[in-house]
Structure formats: C-alpha cells, structure tokens
Design a protein around this ligand. Structure first.
Ligand code: SF4
Length: 81
C-alpha cells in the first residue's frame, strides 16, 4: 500500500501544500498506513477531487478524515518514535 501512496488523494494534498513525509520510522510508517487507509475508504472522494482540481486544499479541512494527519505534517509534528 505504501508504494501506491503517490496515487492517493492525500498525497496530492501534501504536494499542493508542499508537505513532505517524515523519515519512515516504524511509528511514522504506521501513521502513513492509517492515513492511506482513511484515504482509500473515504466517502468524500468526489468532493475531494473537486477541491483538488480547484486547488482549494484549505477547504478540505472541513471534511477530510486526514486533516489531523496533514496538519501534524504541516507542523512537522508527526511523531517519529
Ligand atoms: S478527503 Fe478523503 S479522499 Fe480526499 S485526501 Fe482526505 S481522506 Fe483522502
């Protein structure tokens, strides 16, 4: 699944917001796997595509299940234990 992360919408959000993944420690990898799973099973993909197409990543905060994860990446606070 991690190899396919570049296909996931939350990776597109990260790219638009110029966020990078932390070094993939075991904990960070587990967090990434959970984020990927949330993205794969998200019920807001159509709405997400509209936001991504318009590059309105800020509005994604209103409904994206990965908002917390993306926000932690933005703050550089993904726990890398
Ligand atoms: S809204 Fe859903 S599909 Fe879009 S990035 Fe967030 S979790 Fe992924």
């Amino acid at each position: 699944m991690l190899r396919d992360q570049t296909q996931l919408r939350f990776k597109q959000v990260m790219d638009l917001r110029r966020l990078a993944l932390p070094p993939l420690t075991r904990h960070a990898e587990r967090e990434l796997r959970h984020a990927a799973q949330r993205c794969l099973t998200c019920r807001s993909k159509t709405r997400c595509d509209l936001m991504l197409e318009a590059k309105h990543t800020e509005e994604l905060r209103l409904f994206c299940p990965n908002t917390g994860y993306i926000e932690r990446l933005r703050r550089g606070g993904v726990d890398v234990r």
